[in-house]
Design a protein around this ligand. Structure first.
Ligand SMILES: O=C(CO)[C@H](O)[C@H](O)COP(=O)(O)O
Length: 224
């Protein structure tokens, strides 16, 4: 899949984890291709979600592409566990603490035959990603402060950065996907698309409505 293909990625953060297999199936049934899993450690962000066991549980439920976003310190220390759990893409934060380094972690992900992503907190400028631009398959521009679903989309703070990431990619012949996560609804996704995003992580807007086929149809249509 190329970086100009728009995709809606449900975030399991907003799903009911007591019936995770059914929630995964709910996404599959409406044609979702990539699922987004938000891993939080209670240290890098002020919330705790789940670890590699949940990724493995999801892996057993589906063949969908699993896009795992590590909002954790020491992602390099925990990397093998997420790789073995069945992640297809692993995204790490430039702002996290590392035992080794960001670059070494990205290279280990790719050496394992997986895709590698870099994520930027809303306060982090695009320039922080430039040293890694040739080593990534995906750049995630967080459009809320990482940690919780249901927050408002930070347009002014994040859209110029997204556009800069797109312009840099295109000027350098790179191919990374541009992903946005946080506050993505039918009114905000088109703004992100206009600034270069092709991967749209949707928590509340996907898992919130009871009519999932309609939610998916509306989200898909607004970025088509
Ligand atoms: O992980 C998040 C924050 O860290 C996101 O906000 C979450 O993935 C999506 O939730 P929502 O669509 O409700 O904003």
């Amino acid at each position: 899949m190329t970086h100009d293909t728009p995709l809606i990625l449900p975030s399991l953060l907003a799903a009911d984890w007591s019936k995770v297999a059914a929630e995964v199936k709910r996404a599959e049934e409406v044609g979702v291709q990539w699922l987004h899993l938000d891993v939080m450690d209670g240290a890098f962000v002020d919330n705790i979600s789940f670890g590699p066991q949940m990724v493995q549980t999801v892996r057993k439920c589906t063949d969908m592409y699993l896009d795992v976003h590590l909002m954790i310190h020491r992602p390099d220390h925990f990397l093998e566990r997420f790789l073995h759990a069945g992640a297809d893409n692993i995204t790490i934060h430039v702002e996290a603490r590392y035992d080794t380094s960001v670059i070494e972690t990205l290279r280990r992900i790719r050496a394992a035959g997986k895709h590698a992503g870099i994520a930027l907190h809303p306060d982090t400028p695009f320039e922080a990603a430039i040293p890694y631009a040739h080593e990534i398959d995906l750049l995630l521009v967080m459009t809320v402060v990482p940690g919780f679903g249901g927050q408002p989309f930070m347009e002014k703070q994040t859209m110029p950065k997204l556009a800069a990431a797109r312009d840099y990619r295109d000027a350098h012949g790179l191919k990374y996907h541009l992903e946005v996560d946080g506050g993505i609804y039918t009114n905000t996704a088109p703004i992100a698309k206009a600034n270069g995003a092709n991967l749209f992580v949707c928590g509340t807007s996907f898992y919130g409505p009871a009519d999932t086929p309609q939610a998916m149809a509306e989200l898909t249509a607004c970025v088509a």
